[in-house]
Design a binder for this molecule. Structure first.
Ligand SMILES: O=C(O)C1=C[C@@H](OP(=O)(O)O)[C@@H](O)[C@H](O)C1
Ligand SMILES: C=C(OP(=O)(O)O)C(=O)O
Length: 426
């Protein structure tokens, strides 16, 4: 993909469905009784991997033009898959489905692509084993994972990482345990599982950074309307702020407090972002946004805000390049275990364009007021890296090429069409 420098961005975009919420709607719909109808589902490759896994586990899932129907079979209705479950590139699929599979009376094996096979699974193997799950992984940490039948016990688990995937995995296993299960985390990670599972009928109690789930609920099918994904909106939030003379309207952006860190961080940098039409969609807060070119200044982000913007940090780093002063990102070591090592990949690729950006063990130091030139850039098959580099390329003095950019299909299949629709070449 060739990206031309842009003179300005103008227009209105309807933000595609949230990836995290789309995954959960299929998973919870599959283990609920009755037919769950899903609107605004994200047709990204990761969510399609979740659909394929549940089809292999015996669930009938119908794809229609404007909705999906999941014919759920209840908590104990899944059937053994005839083959290995392929989670593709999706960490969310791999880790959440493991919690459900730990509670089944049959053995399952799951794996995914080259990137998934490098991502750490010890973080779910350990708590699942504490629940007496029978789970084996390559080198005790990697896919393929094999999960065999066992009788699960509820636990009180203090997670060393703020990870919604770990939290959700343990809570889902907790549905099948003998006694209640509690998960506490060091900082609050996204809470879509808690919100949506409660709406499906699970009994969930929350207190500060801990969540307790009670076993064996009657989950009932429901209608889900998936809000737009702030992680996808983030690319256009940053692009609209850094390209001069721009004004974008982003419609239907999810602003759940556990996901809105990018909005708060960009506002703290002086970004002109106005949220209006605030409403609630399926238990999730949503708004429309106006984004206008802004004079940004560097900030430090660290601590509790980090998990609320973890996937948006590559895009945030691009905004920091065009702020006055230095931006520091700390406490974001988790970036090293995503689809790529996002600290190293961003520093390396932005460096090729002339950026002054230094990796830290747990973040980056980014010098602002950058002048970037075009370059041939590698996505490392990481969708967030491909799209963040495309945004940086809008501000370069010459065109850039992004290699292996098809990976955007994972979370935002129409990204390049949307970018073309709102940008005017310099
Ligand atoms: O639960 C989820 O849907 C997700 C949780 C986050 O991962 P971690 O739980 O590993 O932080 C995030 O990076 C991922 O894109 C989606
Ligand atoms: C990290 C991501 O997803 P996952 O963990 O589901 O692969 C992401 O979408 O940025």
């Amino acid at each position: 993909m060739i990206i031309q420098p842009a003179s300005h961005l103008k227009g209105t975009l309807s933000i595609p469905g949230d990836k995290s919420i789309s995954h959960r709607s299929i998973m919870f719909g599959s283990i609920a009784k009755g037919t769950t109808k899903i609107h605004n589902f994200l047709m990204g490759d990761d969510c399609l991997s979740t659909i394929e896994c549940f089809r292999k586990l015996g669930i009938d899932i119908e794809m229609h033009n404007d909705h999906i129907l999941v014919h759920g079979k209840g908590l104990h209705g899944l059937e053994p898959a005839a083959e290995i479950l392929d989670c593709g590139n999706s960490g969310t699929t791999t880790r959440l489905i493991s919690g459900i599979l730990a509670g089944q009376p049959f053995t399952s094996t799951l794996t995914g692509d080259a990137s998934i096979q490098k991502r750490p699974m010890k973080r779910i193997i350990e708590p699942l084993r504490q629940m007496h799950a029978a789970i084996e992984g390559k080198d005790d940490n990697f896919c393929p994972l094999t999960i065999s039948p066992s009788t699960l016990e509820g636990i009180c688990y203090t997670s060393p990482v703020a990870s919604a995937q770990v939290k959700s995995c343990v809570l889902l296993a907790g549905l099948y345990a003998n006694t209640p299960t509690t998960v506490c985390e060091p900082a609050l990670s996204r809470d879509h599982t808690e919100r949506m599972l409660s709406a499906f009928g699970a009994i969930i109690e929350r207190k500060d950074k801990c969540v307790t789930i009670y076993p064996n609920p009657e989950l009932e099918a429901m209608e889900v309307v998936v809000p737009g994904d702030i992680s996808s909106a983030a690319f256009f939030m940053v692009a609209g702020l850094i390209v001069p003379n721009s004004k974008l309207i982003l419609q239907n952006v999810g602003i759940n407090p556990t996901r809105r860190g990018i909005l708060d961080a960009l506002l703290a940098m002086g970004g002109r972002i106005t949220c209006f039409n605030e409403r609630e969609l399926c238990g999730e807060p949503v708004c429309d946004m106006i984004i206008e070119s802004s004079d940004l200044h560097g900030i430090t982000i660290e601590g509790d805000i980090i998990p609320t913007m973890i996937d948006e940090i590559p895009a945030f780093a691009v905004a920091a390049l065009f702020a006055h002063g230095t931006t520091i990102i700390k406490d974001a070591k988790e970036l090293r275990v995503k689809e790529s090592n996002r600290i190293d990949t961003m520093c390396h690729e932005l460096g090729k364009m002339g950026a002054v950006i230094r990796p830290l063990e747990d973040g980056m130091i980014i010098e602002g007021n950058a002048t970037l030139h075009g370059a041939i850039l590698e996505s490392y098959d990481d969708h967030r890296i491909a799209m963040s580099l495309a945004v940086a390329a809008l501000k370069a003095t010459t065109p850039s090429q992004i290699l292996n950019s098809e990976c955007i299909r994972i979370s935002y299949p129409h990204f390049f069409e949307h970018l073309k629709a709102v940008s005017t070449e310099a």
